[in-house]
Design a protein around this ligand. Sequence first.
Ligand SMILES: [Zn+2]
Length: 234
Amino acid sequence: MISTMKLYRLQQADLSVADLTRQLEELSPPASEKQAFDEALKALGLTEQDLGKARKEMKVSELELQTLETKLKTVEKKLYGGSVVNPKELGSLQKDLEQFQKSKGKLEEKMLDLMLRIEGLEGEEAEARKLRDATEKEYGEKLTRHEGEKSAMEARIQEARLRREGLATEVDAESLGLYDELYAKKNGLVVVKIRKDACGGCFMSLAENVIKQAKERQLTYCSQCGRILVAVTE
Ligand SMILES: [Zn+2]
């Protein structure tokens, strides 16, 4: 005689494994938080790049200014030092002096603009860094929680599998073979309860003798859907 109740419990364990597996598949990593973090990281990278360029430009300008100032000093020394007396030469030196002064003025204007730009970019960089830190923290927390949920679900699946294995050892090989075959065919619903004298799988009314047979714990099939019937008092 087959214990239909044992098969029923086996089926519940199988359904539990399937349900938990589906739940595990539905657990998705935090996508929107990852996107926010990636975007913040990218924005910070771009600001740092711009800031780096502006600082480099400033360095080049500082060197240019130094060169110009040296040139100016040299011309001034010649012009006012009394060593040059030739008017033509003095005129040419005067021209050089004016040109260098003009260049210096232009360069200083450019450097002032650059300084303001660097200051602005430094502010942007600080903000971008804050946003990067905040989004990184949020993503990290969500990811940790997700991984925790995943491991917990995996542990529950493992537990359910072990329970299933334990239950399977209580069923004879022939019944187990029959059950497995039906499980695949019937999409996991192999053993059904009799409810209000009807099959719990297809809801067809059952004949009295069929119900009696099931109550006696004999292997009983529903003549309509072929599932194994189990009579339980609920
Ligand atoms: Zn049925």
